[in-house]
Design a protein around this ligand. Structure first.
Ligand code: F6R
Length: 243
C-alpha cells in the first residue's frame, strides 16, 4: 500500500485528478471505477476544469460507479446517478451510455446486481478504481462484516452510515435503508486502486486502516491484499500517524 500525504483537501483533489488525467491520456479507452460522497467532489471539479481547458477526452472512457441507493430513481436528487451527472458526467464528453451506475429503482435487485457484475466483466474489468472510505471503514457500501469475497449485491446500511449520509437528505428518515454495491471481491479485482481521504473526521479511520490489521470488521483492510493500491490523504486525515 503506497501512501501519498498531501497538505489539504485542495491539494488532494488536484493530485488525484492529475493522476487520473495522466492515466486517461495514456490509455484513452480506460475503464474507471468511480465513487460518490463529499471526498471526490473536488477531484471531479478539477477533472471538469481540465476537460474545459485542456480538452482531455472521455469519448472512449467507460465508468462504473461503486454503488446506488436502493429504491431511488436516477432523477432523484439524492441518487448517486444524479450526483455523478451533476458533478462530472454532464460536464465532460463521455458517452452517457458508457457511464454505468447500478439502477436503484428496480423490481429485481438481484438480477440488476448480476447484470452489473456481468457488464464489468464484459468490459474487461476495471482498470483504475477510485475509492472513498466511510468512517466505519466501509468502501462502496460494504459495511463491517462484509465478506472479502462479496460481489455486487443489495446490502442493509448501518445506522452509522445512514446518520453520516443524512446531511444530504431532509433528515435521517429519508435516507434509504438499503443500497446496491459492488462487493469487496469485485473491487479487489480492479487492476489499480486509488483511495482518497480528507479531514480530521477520517483520522481514526486512517489510523485503523494503516495499522495493517486485516479483518472483515473493517472492510477497507481487505485492500492490504491488493498489489497496486495508493492511498492519498491530507495532513488532517493522517494526523499523528507514522508513515
Ligand atoms: C460512495 C461510496 C462510499 C463513500 C464513503 C465516504 O460511492 O462508495 O464508500 O466513499 O462513504 O464518503 P465521504 O467522501 O462523503 O466521506
Amino acid at each position: 500500500m503506497k501512501i501519498v500525504k498531501v497538505k489539504d483537501y485542495e491539494e488532494l483533489s488536484q493530485k488525484a485528478a492529475a493522476y487520473f488525467i495522466q492515466k486517461i491520456k495514456q490509455t484513452p479507452t480506460l475503464t474507471l471505477g468511480l465513487a460518490t460522497g463529499s471526498t471526490p467532489e473536488g477531484m471531479y471539479r478539477y477533472l471538469v476544469k481540465d476537460h474545459e481547458k485542456n480538452k482531455t477526452s472521455y469519448r472512449k472512457v467507460k465508468t462504473f460507479n461503486l454503488d446506488e441507493y436502493y429504491g431511488l430513481n436516477g432523477t432523484d436528487k439524492n441518487s448517486y446517478r444524479y450526483f455523478m451527472n451533476q458533478h462530472l458526467l454532464h460536464h465532460i464528453d463521455i458517452e452517457l451510455t458508457n457511464a454505468h451506475v447500478p439502477y436503484g429503482d428496480v423490481q429485481k435487485s438481484d438480477v440488476e446486481c448480476a447484470t452489473y457484475e456481468q457488464l464489468i466483466k464484459q468490459h474487461g474489468g476495471i482498470d483504475l478504481q477510485l475509492l472513498g472510505i466511510g468512517a466505519n471503514g466501509h468502501i462502496g457500501f460494504n459495511e463491517p462484516g462484509s465478506s472479502f469475497e462479496s460481489r455486487t449485491r443489495v446490502v442493509k446500511l448501518t445506522e452509522k452510515t445512514r446518520q453520516d449520509n443524512a446531511r444530504f437528505f431532509n433528515g435521517i428518515d429519508e435516507v434509504p435503508t438499503h443500497a446496491l454495491t459492488m462487493g469487496l471481491g469485485t473491487i479487489m479485482e480492479s487492476k489499480e486502486i486509488v483511495l482518497i481521504a480528507s479531514g480530521a473526521g477520517k483520522k481514526d479511520t486512517m489510523r485503523i486502516l494503516l495499522s495493517g490489521k486485516i479483518s472483515p470488521d473493517f472492510p477497507a483492510s481487505v485492500l492490504h491484499g491488493h498489489p497496486n493500491i495508493t492511498v492519498m490523504a491530507d495532513e488532517e486525515a493522517l494526523a499523528g500517524i507514522q508513515i
